[in-house]
Design a protein around this ligand. Structure first.
Ligand code: NZQ
Ligand code: ZN
Length: 391
């Protein structure tokens, strides 16, 4: 295991109706003038935003609102949010929504107290200062409710890039599984896929002797395999949604990733797809992961065989471990298909003729330096070959 530090100061409030106490938590964590940030309409339709307004009013907390965050959030709204925060004297940001809303809120939080262009943070500058923020989560997926990460797309050039920093970790996150019951089955499945991807990105490591984190990841993957189909089949299954919601947080607050190198190849390759085609991040990952794993399998066959045996229940073939590894990748793909995820470029709406551009942007776009991935560093030709496996 490698040396590490781990700082995860978010206060989690989990369970039914806990969103009604949001005003109390904003106050507790120092907010007196709040920006309420939300998405394209689901939180208004479900009545959640009204509950938030009522709770803030009940605590005598002033607030301004900025809605309209799109999935795969854009920089344009971030600039608007920064201006609004400065003009209105906002001292706390409340994200009400999914990963896109939370990531947009994080970008605004960092940008509002920075003299330069907030995009600097998405080109490699580490965020050390930001307005405090809290979240009311409405979809289990990105894990942004417990992470210090944010992903934004710059409209000029459609660069989808990430930043990170301890200052971006939410002060509190309210996780009510019942709020996710209004999700369509497809979005639920996209979230399940993303959570599983966060686990695989950490599982694919070059660090030896990481039993505790290996076992945590396997437990969370097994949970997703059991609970995922239940939530897709019955959107009102509260217990399945509760297990998925906590698994989604644990998958990405990095408790499973400490002390080990991580991969993130699948995410980097996927981000080019959701930037260009505006597909759901989880759907993109469902197509990308089997291709990346097939391409990288020979780098460490035993690691792929281990997850195949321990998570997917495959039989270990000691003479031909690559057969076991392949069976595990096949089982993952079959699972993703069974919950309604796409499995190739066409089903995702992606086009073969764009492969050269996608691979080039993935390796060289913006501030990238020629390779991608922490498990196996891949160059532009490797990435092209992986996109071709998705056809
Ligand atoms: O905009 P509204 O109307 O709210 O609709 C959203 C959106 O269309 C809808 N939705 C959310 N909660 C709902 C609901 N519909 C009905 N009922 C509810 N309770 O679902 C759609 C997707 O929402 P979004 O926030 O985009 O989903 P997700 O949480 O998957 O976030 C995706 C974004 O997070 C980034 C992705 O790249 C993508 O941009 N990621 C962020 C990470 C991080 N910050 O740590 C890590 C991830 O790997 C990921 O890259
Ligand atoms: Zn993800």
């Amino acid at each position: 295991m490698d040396n590490f530090t781990f700082y995860s100061p978010t206060y989690f409030v989990f369970g039914k109706d806990e969103e009604n106490k949001v005003g109390h938590y904003v106050k507790r964590f120092g907010g007196s003038k709040v920006l309420v940030h939300f998405g394209g309409g689901s939180a208004e339709r479900s009545g959640l935003l009204n509950k938030v307004r009522q709770s803030l009013n009940a605590e005598g907390i002033e607030f301004v609102e900025l809605g309209g965050v799109q999935p795969n959030p854009r920089d344009g709204l971030v600039y608007q949010g920064i201006e609004l925060c400065r003009k209105s004297g906002v001292d706390f940001i409340l994200a009400v929504g999914g990963g896109s809303v939370i990531d947009s809120a994080k970008a605004i939080a960092a940008g509002a107290v920075y003299d330069g262009d907030f995009w600097d943070y998405y080109e490699g500058k580490v965020v050390t200062k930001a307005l405090p923020l809290g979240t009311v989560l409405t979809i289990s997926a990105a894990g942004s409710e417990g992470s210090g990460d944010s992903v934004i797309t710059k409209e000029q050039g459609m660069y989808k890039r990430a930043t990170t920093g301890e200052a971006l970790r939410p002060k509190f996150s309210i996780l009510d599984p019942a709020l996710t019951q209004t999700l369509p089955a497809y979005q639920t499945a996209c979230g399940i896929t993303d959570i599983m991807a966060h686990l695989y990105e950490r599982y694919l490591t070059n660090t030896k002797e990481v039993e505790v984190t290996d076992r945590l990841i396997e437990a969370l993957l097994l949970t997703m395999i059991k609970e995922g189909p239940r939530a897709v089949a019955d959107s009102n299954d509260y217990q399945a949604r509760a297990n998925i919601m906590w698994a989604g947080m644990m998958a990405h607050n990095n408790s499973c990733g400490v002390g080990r190198t991580q991969d993130w190849t699948s995410h980097n390759i996927e981000h080019e797809l959701s930037a260009l085609y505006d597909c759901a991040h989880g759907a993109g990952l469902a197509v990308v992961m089997p291709a990346v794993f097939t391409y990288n399998m020979h780098h460490d066959v035993m690691r792929f065989a281990q997850v195949a045996v321990r998570v997917w229940g495959c039989q270990m073939d000691f003479e031909h471990p690559e057969e076991t590894a392949k069976a595990g990748i096949k089982a993952l793909q079959a699972f993703l298909t069974s919950i309604g995820m796409p499995k190739n470029f066409a089903q995702l709406g992606a086009k073969e003729e764009d492969i050269d551009e996608l691979a080039h942007k993935c390796c060289w776009g913006d501030v990238n330096t020629g390779t991608t991935g922490g498990f196996v560093p891949l160059n532009e030709d490797d990435v092209k070959a992986i996109y071709k496996l998705m056809l």
